[in-house]
Design a protein around this ligand. Sequence first.
Ligand code: DSN
Length: 415
Amino acid sequence: MSYERVRAVDPEIADALVAERERQNDTLAMIASENHVSEAVLEAQGSELTNKYAEGYPGERYYAGCEHADTVETLAIERAKELWGAEHVNVQPHSGTQANMAVYLAMLDPGDKILSMELEHGGHLSHGHPANFTGQTYEVEQYQVDPETGYIDYDALAAVAEEFDPDIIVSGYSAYPRDIDFERIQAAADTVDAYHLADIAHITGLVAAGVHSSPVGIADFVTGSTHKTIRAGRGGIVMCRDEFADDIDSAVFPGGQGGPLMHNIAGKAVGFKEALQPEFEAYAQQVVDNAKALGERLQEHGFSLVSGGTDNHLVLVDLRESHPDTTGKDAEQALESVGIVLNANTVPGETRSAFNPSGIRAGTAGLATRGFDEDATRTVADLIATVVDDYDDEAVKAEVTDRVAELTDEHPLYE
Ligand code: DSN
C-alpha cells in the first residue's frame, strides 16, 4: 500500500502511516500481544465493508444489503469452528475485552462473583481489575502463581474457589509463560458450581495449531483476540457450547455492541483461512521454539525468568536479581532506542509500580512471522542482554542499533 490516496487528502496522516510501516519494518516487534498480519488481511480490513451496517447475525439482519456481509461472517464463523473445534462461535466482538464483557453480561448479574488471576501475576484488566468495569460491577477475588515456582498454584486456586464461592472462574492470561491445565481449573469450577471462562487472547494461534493445550470442550466459554498469535484481522471472538449460543449472541449484540465491524470480520475470515493451512502449524511451533531459545539464552546471560522458562510465545524476565538497579521501564526505553520494542511488565511479588515495574515481557510471534528461527532469536537475546547490561552506554547502543538494522534488513516485512 502506497497511501497515495490518503496523501492526496491528508498528508499528515499519510506521513504517520508511512512512518508506522517503516517503524514496524525497521524494529523488532516483541510486545507479546502483537504480530504482523498478511497483506491479504490488511487488504480485507481496508475494504468497503467498513461502510456497511449489519446489526444482527447472518440471515437475520436489521438492515438491507447484507448479503455479502453474511457471506463474510458465515465464513469467519465456519473457519473458526474448524480451527478451534468449538460448537458455537461469535466473531463480532470488537476486541478481547468486548468478548469477555459479552460472557459476563450473558452469565452474571451485577454483584456476582468473579475469581481470576491477579494482574501482576499475569491476569488482565478485564478479569476484574478495579480500574475496569469488571472490578466496578462484580465482586472479585484473585488467585496467584506460586511465589517459588512461578507456576499457577492450582491447589491454592481450588481452595480460594471453595472459600469465595464464585459464579465464574477466569483462566487465560496476558503474561503467563507456561502451559495451562484447563482441566484442573474446570475441576475447581465444577466443585463450586461456577462457570469457567478461558481467555486465550494471547495463545489463540498456539491453541489452534495444537502447540498449546486447548480449553475448548473443557471450559464453558472461551474468548480470545484474533490479531495476536492467530495473526488474523483485529478484534475478538467468543466460543461456547450450543446451549449458550443465544445468550452469548444477545450479549454481544445488542447487549454490549452495536453494528459489527464487518471489515475486521473480513480480516478475521482471511486470517483464519491462512491459519487453516498446514504452514501455520509450523509457524506456531517456530513461535514456541523461538521463545524457548530466547529464554534459554537470556538465562545464559544471567537473567532470571519467571517460572524458569516458557512453554508458549513469551518470556517474563524479572530484573530484580540480575539487575537490581534497573527497572522494567529503564530496560524498555533503552531497548526501544535500539529498535527492540517490548514492554515493561509487572512480575509476581512486584515491589515497584505498575507504571515502572521490575520486569520485561517479550514475545516471539512477530519475529517468527518475519522468518526468525532459533539462531536469529538467540542473537536477539544477546542484543537484549548487551543493552540491558549497559543501558547508559551510547556507544554500546549505537552498535546494537546497527545490528538490529542488519537483522530487520535480512527479514523484511511487507514488500
Ligand atoms: N494489551 C494486551 C497485552 O499486551 O497483553 C492485552 O489486551
